[in-house]
Design a protein around this ligand. Sequence first.
Ligand code: IYR
Length: 222
Amino acid sequence: MTEPGFAPLSHHIEYPPQEMKQRSASFLDTIQRRRSIRDFSERPVSVEVISDCILAASSAPSGANRQPWHFVVVSDAQTKRLIRQAAESVEHELYIKHASKEWLNALAPLKTNPSKPFLETAPCLIAIFAEKYRLLPDGIKELNYYVNESVGIATGMLITAIHNVGLACLPYTPSPMRFLNRILDRPENERPFLILVVGYPADGATVPELDKKTLGEISTFV
Ligand code: IYR
């Protein structure tokens, strides 16, 4: 394999200290307005905007630059219905059989339950797949590196990009999620990572009143 060359770092921008401080405060204000929502409007979203957000996500760093992700954008009503049916079925099992009392208690403030109408109401579901390995033409499996870390970073960037354009989203992880491979016709080397439910908030949407930890609680400066 030919090695990539190196080019000068030409796109980096450094800001004067005052502008840097202004930008950090401004971004903090923007990002602190992000909330996960479960009440979505049916209003459609722009495919071009979603495409830009996905390209922003795929600029994420990844182990050995393997970019071990695939994004399936679902806006088709029938496909959303199939995903809702499969998800609600595993959620019923979770809430009734598998979740511990402790887990159900932790979820109680969110008032979630096995019913997932947002999977049909929201105009767009982005199913994110993690590519565990790639198949070379000779059939050899080549493992990817730091797949969870890489796809987690890309997903965080996607959530940020979606918030940045004034849309809202919900990171949603029914478990198990393998039904997504069947419904969305994705190969076995791709593991479903997360469904990002995307759209506009419904009129009158509400969110739980939750606290974020303080800087002192979440960080240590040595
Ligand atoms: N997947 C279930 C349960 C659930 C789990 C966690 I962790 C949450 O933060 C919220 C819900 C559901 O979506 O209802």
